[in-house]
Each structure stands twice: as structure tokens, then as C-alpha cells.
Design a binder for this molecule. Sequence first.
Ligand code: NAP
Ligand code: MG
Length: 399
Amino acid sequence: MAKINMKTPLVEMDGDEMTRILWELVKEELIKPFVDLKTEYYDLSVQNRDKTNDAVTSEAGQAIRRHGVGVKCATITITEARKKEYALKNILPSPNATIRAILDGTVFRKPINVNRIKPAISSWKHPIVIGRHAYGDIYKNTEMTIDSPGKVEIVFTGKDGKERRALIADMKGRGVVQGIHNYDDSIHSFARSCFRYALDEKLPVIFAAKDTISQTYDARFREIFNNVYETEYKNEFAAKKIDYQYTLIDDAVARVVKSEGGFLWACKNYDGDVMSDMVASAAGSLAMMTSALVSPEGYWEYEAAHGTVQRHYYRYIKGERPSTNPTALIFAWAGALEKRAALDDIEPLEKYARSLRNITLRTIESGVMTSDLASLAGCDSVDSWRFIETIAEGLAAAA
Ligand code: NAP
Ligand code: MG
């Protein structure tokens, strides 16, 4: 059987631990037998990041800017403990943060629905995608404890030395204060990434904040979203019969819980942090969550939302065959190949990517699944190798 040809390489970023083992397996068993796979390979393993003083991570980010589409394995975020464990020279920044800074992207997380795994919220029929703003607010805050009575103010000092002041509180006694910020540019990028993703996926968008209480800060987010939508996206949205709505965050939560799903929920940084975990666990399992980084300029990076599954890896190196779920990794590859196919106009590749996804889902629905899902579906589990083999058999039969 002839393999499907590619025109432009995918930027492939290899990673660590259990996901690195599964990465190789997915490529060898599920992709290479069917696709003449072209990738530009970057080894983001903790050892190679350390060896190159993290140059490899920046190079990979730049490569995505060059080629447009990347696929990334989970990587260890280095801590003091990991530095010791792997005998590393340095504690380097998280690769995801480095790549996000290069692409100026927004992270979209989408649960993978399977019929056998019922969401905890019974009305949800379609996935709810969370688009999380990845800059600022409390994640870049300055905090202080106050030990005695006194005035707390915000002071802005311009380049010309002029000051603007606003009273936060006339503190009567001990307490705490916090200062946060964001940039118009960052909010613009966030809004554009959300609208672009929604158009690509043909999903309506809701954005929510608390502008009744925060009439300057949150109101700025609302204004920027409205402006970007009205001036840049409204017509394209109308053509695809989707829309954009702003609502208050508490109203949004109530509506999301009662909804059927099938929309993009754009969230401020903190809301996105909290709500993506709520959506993931209510939808089923962390191992069934995909993640895509989308830049406003139209660069795409696909990955699984979960980490390197360290505990399973320790069992693997002792000689066990763990039942780690590779579904989100498979979906990351399928997403990247499908995007590459759409950009390069390669219909057979688009078809293959869709069938890779469908056959993975059908495999789970037929009762062949890893232990995280088997415990929810109430059936027996297989190890990762048998799970991937079953998908490979399905692909071969469909080819
Ligand atoms: P994790 O790798 O997501 O795993 C946490 C637990 O969730 C696992 O022990 C396992 O539970 C379950 N799980 C996650 N993915 C699974 C899968 N595919 N199949 C089956 N079960 C799965 O998080 P972590 O252990 O906190 O982090 C490990 C490393 O990953 C850290 O070094 C962290 O820095 C890194 N990390 C990287 C990324 C990324 O690259 N995007 C994201 C998050 C974390 P049981 O053990 O109970 O089976
Ligand atoms: Mg979180």
C-alpha cells in the first residue's frame, strides 16, 4: 500500500518519561505505516534541554513560526527535585512557557468525548472548549502583608515623572494587599486567538468577566473583545452561522452547567485555570483532554493536556507494562497532521487524521481501553501496547 506523502514538515518536539515511550510507539505503530512522515525533530527531553542550555526549546518555537504547525510531547518542568534526579546543571523555565512566549499564543483545552464514558453533567453532549488567557492578573501579581494602620495606594509614575495615585484602602489594622496588571496587546492577542480558533472549529464563543464590579479592569477586557469582534470577525462569524456573546462570569457558569456544550468559553487567566479542571473532570478524565496553542498570527501547536505520567514511568523502568492512556497524544498527532493537511491541501492526509481519531474512539467504545477509562466504564483494561496494537489493526483494516 502506498504511503501518504507530506509537503511541509511538522515540527516534532519529543519529551520525557512515559509520554516519550508512548510517543515513539504511536509514531511507529500508528503513523509511519500509513504516512511518509516528514518532521523537523527537536529533542526537548530534560537531558537535551540541559545540554543545550535550553537553546533547543527556543529553536523549536522558532521552527513553529517557520513551518506553522508543531506537535509536542509532555515535558518535565524542572524543579529542585528533578534537577537532582536527572543530575542537571540548571533549573530551566517550563518549555511550554518559553514556546508560548515565542508564539504569543492562547491555550485551548478540549475534552475528548466517548460514548461509554458519561460526563458527570448529563446535559453535556458536545465538548466545551476552554480558551485560557495565559498572561497576567494574579499570575503576575505583587503582594504585601500590612502589619499596622496606614494608607495603601496605587501609584503610577510616568516617564516624565508625573504621578497618578488612587487610594486602595485606609488600613485600620493588619491585612493583605495585592497589585495586578495586564496589557492591551496581550488581551488583543487573546481575543484574536479565540476568534480564530472558533472560526476554525466552527464554534460560538462566550467570554465572561466581572465588569459590573471591576468597571475599569474587567471592563477593558470586555471592550477589547467587543472591538476585535465587531471590527475583525463579525462577518466571518455570520458566514459560518456562529456568534459571540459577552456575559457575566457567574451567569456564564450557570449557563455552561445547563448547556449541551459545543462552544468555546474564553476565560481570563484565573477563571481558565479553575474552569478547565472543572470541565476536564466533569467530562471524564485528565488523560482525555487535548491542548492546542494558537497564535493570533495563525501558528498551531498541539499536545496532550496531561504531563509525563511520572508514576507510570517508574513502573515501566522496573519492567512493568503500564496501562497509560495515549489517547490525548494520538489526538495531538491527529490534530497536527490534519492542520498540516488543510494548510497544504492534502486530502488523503486529512482523511487519515480523521480516521486515526475515529478508530481510536471506536477502539475505546468496543471495550478495549486503558485502566483510567476502564474504571469509569466498569470493564477490564489492557496495557498501552495492546491498546495501540488494537488501533493499528483497525487502521490497517480501514486502509
Ligand atoms: P501527570 O503526568 O499529568 O500525571 C498525574 C496523574 O494523572 C498520573 O499519575 C495518573 O494517575 C494520571 N494520568 C495523567 N495522564 C494520564 C494518562 N495519559 N493515562 C493514565 N493516567 C494518566 O502530572 P504529574 O505527575 O503532576 O507531572 C509529571 C511531570 O509532567 C512533571 O514533571 C510536570 O512538570 C510535567 N507536566 C508537563 C506538562 C506538559 O508538558 N504539558 C503538563 C503537566 C505536567 P495515576 O498515577 O493515579 O494512574
Ligand atoms: Mg490549574
